[in-house]
Design a protein around this ligand. Structure first.
Ligand code: 5AD
Ligand code: SF4
Length: 473
């Protein structure tokens, strides 16, 4: 069978990145290889995100641009998957006549069949299950391509929390957890192919396994911590209402668990948090941050903030700014509120104008920029242990004044800060030597979104995370 080419456009969250990997692996059985070229592709898949209106607009603008390609090459198959597909279903086929396939968030394992049927019968297919009918088949992924140091691993799907602004429960279905043995097996396969760090994904990892009576999230972390040759574990996202004392303690107990937590606050106003159905107050949130910092003083904390939720007054908004000043987050994602289909907030009074939302967003970003830059600058002169992920994108090779060439590498600290660096001795060891290793980097420059430095020793040091250095010299 001749090799065919798959172009994939992944829009949205890390879960979509994971799903896109699954899609690519699934389609290997039909001899599809990935291509970065739209013109060369036999199959184009857009894996979509519906979480905010902007992401959805991006999906439709990209899909619209594919009409010309389809006219030129009628055999080209164009498919839409993910949350927008789940949300809109057959309506997308009506809206865009050049599309061949719409598949929902729970139809990945049936994708090869659908693609074959379309190729053979020149038909159009919609494969969507309604959220409340979805029974998640637990899957075991089969390895990875050996080119990655870090990988996402979805440990649970869906969400039962119904925050009033959120579309996730409607497009990803009810919460369901994968079996721990399947997760461990998948991670072992990743590790065998060179992966050294995994990020466990779920909408609310703290409720992992509860419904199905599997093990707890912390027990799962313990089992993953025991996997040999795995160096680091991350997870996202934790819901503040469910962040348990056991999980807080795990930041001290588990040597591979990275010193970073993403804990979305959404708003600093208790009134708004109530309208959002978040089920915690700013006081509870602050208490949990304090406990986390007591257990693990260097832990980095990041968050999500929504501005302009219906009914958010200037006083409410200022409470968010005040909370940011109290916590001093390491980083955050901030969003202007947008109405999402089915979400309860759509009906709430007190709409905030687009101009006002834009201005509030800018205020949040400006304030955060101050804290991020200040925190990064404080790391100048320190030695940070970095897991090398590969060559830095911006600048693979730099000419030194002595005319020797040096490779610039990129990786992250345990606290999830990006570090770009040169090897101090300038030996081009090639990526085989550096990738996937923990190296000590002396930080000499700090920017708002990254750090820069040189390796502190000749040889990469494969120290365990307990031995990570982060002292200021
Ligand atoms: N409008 C704006 N932001 C939203 N988010 C989720 N739904 C909406 C919405 N309707 C944000 C939240 C969430 C992040 C993934 O996206 O901050 O934590
Ligand atoms: Fe959406 Fe809330 Fe569930 Fe997060 S916890 S996915 S914001 S409903």
């Amino acid at each position: 069978m001749r090799t065919k080419y798959l172009y994939m456009n992944t829009i949205g969250c890390q879960m979509n990145v994971y799903d896109s990997d699954q899609i690519a692996r699934c389609l290997k059985s039909l001899h599809y290889e990935m291509t970065p070229s739209l013109e060369r592709a036999d199959l184009i898949i857009v894996n979509t995100c519906a979480i905010r209106k902007k992401a959805e607009q991006k999906v439709f603008s990209f899909l619209g641009r594919l009409a010309g390609l389809k006219r030129k090459r009628p055999d080209l198959i164009i498919a839409v998957g993910g949350c927008v597909a789940q949300q809109e279903g057959a309506k997308i086929l009506q809206r865009l006549p050049h599309l061949d396939l719409v598949f929902g968030t729970h139809a990945i394992d049936r994708l090869p069949d659908a693609v074959q049927t379309i190729a053979a019968k020149k038909c159009r297919i919609v494969d969507i299950q309604m959220a409340d009918q979805i029974k998640e088949p637990d899957f075991i992924a089969n390895g990875c391509d050996g080119k990655h140091v870090t990988r996402f691993v979805t440990i649970m799907q869906g969400c039962d929390n119904y925050c009033t602004y959120c579309v996730v429960p409607y497009v990803r279905g009810r919460e369901s957890s994968r079996r721990p043995e399947n997760i461990i097996q998948e991670i072992r396969q990743f590790v065998d192919s060179g992966v050294r760090e995994v990020t466990l994904l779920g909408q609310n990892v703290n409720s992992y396994g509860k419904k199905e009576n599997l093990c707890t999230f912390v027990e799962l972390l313990r089992r993953i911590n025991d996997i040999e040759s795995l160096l680091r574990i991350r997870f996202t996202t934790s819901h503040p209402k469910d962040l348990s004392p056991e999980l807080i303690l795990a930041f001290n107990d588990l040597d591979k668990l990275c010193h970073h937590i993403h804990l979305p606050i959404q708003s600093g106003s208790n009134r708004v948090l109530k309208m959002m159905n978040r089920k915690y107050t700013r006081e509870i949130y602050l208490e949990k941050i304090e406990k986390l910092r007591n257990i693990c003083p260097r832990i980095a904390v990041t968050t999500d903030i929504i501005v302009g939720f219906p009914g958010e007054t200037r006083t409410d908004f200022e409470k968010t700014l005040e909370l940011m000043r109290t916590v001093e987050f390491d980083g955050l994602f901030a969003f202007q509120y947008s109405d999402r289909p089915n979400a309860a907030a759509v009906g709430l009074p007190g709409r905030i104008s687009e101009q006002e939302k834009k201005e509030r967003l800018q205020e949040v970003l400006d304030l955060q920029d101050y804290f991020t830059t200040r925190k990064n600058k404080a790391l100048k002169g320190s030695i940070q242990t970095v897991l090398v992920e590969g060559l830095s994108k911006k600048q693979n090779r730099v000419n030194y004044s002595d005319k020797s060439h040096r490779l610039q590498w990129t990786g992250r600290t345990s606290t999830n800060k990006i570090v770009n660096f040169f090897e101090s001795d300038g030996v081009d060891g090639g990526d085989k030597i550096m990738m996937g290793r923990l190296v000590d980097v002396k930080i000499s420059k700090a920017f708002s979104h990254s750090l820069w430095g040189k390796t502190d020793s000749k040889e990469p040091t494969d120290v365990g995370l307990r031995g990570e250095k982060s002292y200021v010299t």
